[in-house]
Design a protein around this ligand. Structure first.
Ligand code: DX5
Ligand code: ZN
Length: 216
């Protein structure tokens, strides 16, 4: 399978959201990555349901919702209702992760689990067969435009090995500091979904940049 590109709407121009979503619709982007931050799990607040609904109204591609919030169980049904196709929760934010994953699947969404840079992939060993996706954070979550953490490659190799044994169809997503300079190496290490915020929206021609990221 060719890798998927998921531009992060966090880096879009919120005053021209419809324009930017329409650009993503036209582009070779596969998914739209939606970062939800609560100011508690991460030191930043992004946006909530009114903005998500505005995005969903114009988006013609699956919404890949990355929940950087504590106690995500409270809002899973609301995110499904708002148009989420993929819902990813953080390992570090879920006490009863297995229950949360089942709840996401019962809603009819793909279920993802994200791990912070300090969290080893080994903690996912027992939940891996139940997951559609693992999101490996390659920066500390909270902000766009940060530098990629090089240790990520080793984590991807380990995760790919674990997944090959118990869940070969697992999607492996990488989020943070991804761009034209590291996508090839990330795909080689096992990544199948690449999130890119700053690399896309700070580019002179974002649509062309998405084409470039997709065809590396
Ligand atoms: C960071 C978010 C990312 C962010 C990526 O907490 O989860 O999705 O938008 O932005 P870049 O690609 O600029 O690092
Ligand atoms: Zn994200």
């Amino acid at each position: 399978m060719k890798h998927l590109i998921a531009p992060s709407v966090l880096s879009a121009d919120f005053a021209n959201l419809q324009r930017d979503i329409e650009m993503l619709n036209r582009s070779e982007a596969d998914w739209l990555h939606i970062d939800i931050m609560d100011g508690v799990f991460v030191p930043n607040i992004s946006f909530g349901f009114p903005v998500l609904q505005a995005i969903a109204k114009h988006a013609q591609k699956p919404l890949d919702v990355h929940l950087m919030i504590v106690d995500p169980d409270r809002y899973l049904a609301d995110f499904k209702k708002a148009g989420a196709a993929v819902i990813t929760v953080h390992y570090e934010a879920c006490t009863h992760l297995h229950r949360t994953v089942q709840a996401i699947k019962n809603l009819g969404c793909k279920a993802g689990v994200a791990i912070n840079p300090h969290t080893p992939v080994s903690v996912l060993e027992d939940i891996l067969p139940d997951l559609d996706l693992v999101l490996v954070m390659s920066v500390n979550p909270g902000f766009g435009g940060q530098s990629f953490i090089e240790q990520t490659y080793q984590k991807l190799h380990k995760l790919k090995q674990l997944a090959n044994a118990v869940n070969p169809n697992l999607l492996i997503e990488v989020d943070g500091g991804v761009g034209p300079g590291n996508i090839a190496k990330l795909v080689n290490a096992g990544a199948s979904v690449l999130v890119a915020g700053n690399a896309v929206f700070a580019a002179e021609d974002p649509e062309k940049m998405i084409h470039q990221l997709k065809n590396i």
